[in-house]
Ligand binder design. Structure first.
Ligand code: MF3
Ligand code: CO
Ligand code: CO
Length: 266
């Protein structure tokens, strides 16, 4: 474990990167509706990042060990897709739920955030899953403070999801982030309170639970990236990038259009 504690200068760059990533999601929001292809959403985000923000889309050609280079600039995960969905020619239809995951590189530093969107009118179950996952992410974020543990985050998220009859995907987790897209530590979305890494000011990591309406098991598609639920149930995910501060935490991936922390109801 080599968790990099960010300096004040690095934290300032991470604030900028985080805001810019969130602003890409603000920008794309009005385009997410029935009839649009996920490839069109990718092109719009790509051009916004490169031409308007002067940021680099971190996913494009990203090739961690064991993977071929990712071919697009954002991830779009629709319905039963859990994460890393590759934008393509399929059109969104009324009732689809889609996660859009944006990671920008700004001045050498990464900002990583994702939101769920509805194309048209979602089913009652789909809406419930997306809202519960949003609350689960925020309840996890609420646990973040110096002297707390990564296990506190996972425990809180897992409890909320499983009490509702949903399940937590185990194979993917949140991650440290900075100069590298994926740094230590791994931030599990399940676990036990008081276990794992102890939190210190200057740590920066993501919280990004993937919650399935059915069972937790996943399947990998032959495209080498897309992950779906094994039982074809719906899956939802939200993601923020968080700084541990002296007295608590600061959410770095906020912007004018970011949905506010909810009133808890689950
Ligand atoms: N943004 C994703 C995350 O939250 C990672 C996407 S990797 C990619 O960690 F190559 F698929 F883009
Ligand atoms: Co991430
Ligand atoms: Co992400």
């Amino acid at each position: 474990m080599k968790i990099h504690i960010k300096t004040p200068q690095e934290i300032e760059k991470m604030r900028v990167a985080g805001r810019l990533a969130s602003e890409v999601l603000d920008y794309i929001t009005p385009f997410v509706k029935p009839g649009v292809t996920t490839e069109e959403l990718d092109q719009l985000c790509h051009d916004y990042m490169v031409n308007e923000q002067n940021t680099i889309p971190a996913p494009l050609n990203y090739a961690p060990k064991g993977h071929k280079p990712y071919p697009k600039s954002i991830c779009t995960s629709v319905n039963k897709q859990v994460c890393h969905g590759i934008p393509g020619k399929k059109r969104l239809k009324d009732g689809d739920i889609v996660n859009i995951d944006v990671t920008v590189i700004s001045n050498g530093y990464h900002g990583d955030t994702s939101r769920m969107f509805f194309a048209g009118k979602p089913s009652i179950q789909a809406k419930r899953l997306c809202e519960l996952t949003f609350e689960a992410m925020w309840r996890g974020i609420d646990e973040i403070k110096p002297g707390g543990y990564l296990g506190d985050i996972g425990h809180t998220i897992q409890k909320l999801a499983e009490n509702a009859g949903f399940s937590i995907v185990r194979e993917f987790c949140g991650h440290g982030i900075g100069v590298q897209f994926h740094e230590d530590p791994q931030v599990l979305h399940y676990g036990k309170r008081g276990t794992g890494v102890k939190l210190e000011p200057g740590m920066i990591f993501t919280v990004e639970p993937m919650i399935n309406a059915g069972k937790a098991a996943i399947r990998h598609l032959p495209d080498g990236w897309t992950v779906t639920t094994k039982d074809n149930s719906l899956s939802a995910q939200w993601e923020h990038t968080i700084l541990v501060t002296e007295h608590g935490h600061e959410v770095l991936t906020l912007s004018a259009g970011a949905p506010a922390k909810p009133v808890y109801r689950f």
